[in-house]
Design a protein around this ligand. Structure first.
Ligand code: CU
Length: 149
């Protein structure tokens, strides 16, 4: 949309900018890689932001009652963060993360024990209806709630 007489120099400038931008992206990518390898603490800070977003944004959809109850773990998050199951249901927990997690009831009524990265485990839901908060015993900041009804 610039005047025709600036086309040639404009195109050259644009190409230079693109090169510079590409180099900047490359630098960012490299520094992102190096910083993530320096500690998982840094890596978990970002997901917890998206955690809050997805938890509040899709909490209605995330709550579900299903015969095949399943909770997955990824990026230090339980998904769905709230799950309703029938009394005594078998709940499968799939660890899609790169580190081991547990799913441990706050009142210890159920506990998967450590689930290695890429593995899964099952636990039996309580038979007494109620709301059962749980967390990961390795990462206590990871929380979820199992509802039995
Ligand atoms: Cu954990």
């Amino acid at each position: 949309m610039l005047a025709a007489h600036t086309d040639r120099s404009g195109a050259t400038t644009a190409a230079r900018l693109r090169l510079a931008f590409g180099a900047l992206l490359l630098t960012l990518a490299v520094s992102a890689c190096s910083s993530s390898s320096s500690g998982s603490g840094t890596a978990s800070a970002t997901p917890s932001i998206s955690a809050a977003a997805s938890a509040s944004g899709s909490s209605a959809a995330a709550s579900s009652t299903s015969a095949a109850a399943q909770i997955s773990i990824k990026n230090f998050l339980f998904s769905p963060v709230t799950l309703t199951v029938q009394p005594g249901a078998t709940v499968t927990v799939v660890n899609n993360d790169s580190t081991a997690h547990t799913l441990t009831a706050s009142d210890k009524s159920f506990d998967t024990g450590a689930i290695d990265a890429g593995k899964s485990a099952t636990f039996t839901a309580p038979t007494k209806p109620g709301s059962y908060p749980y967390s990961c015993s390795i990462h206590p900041f990871m929380h979820g709630t199992l509802t039995v009804s």
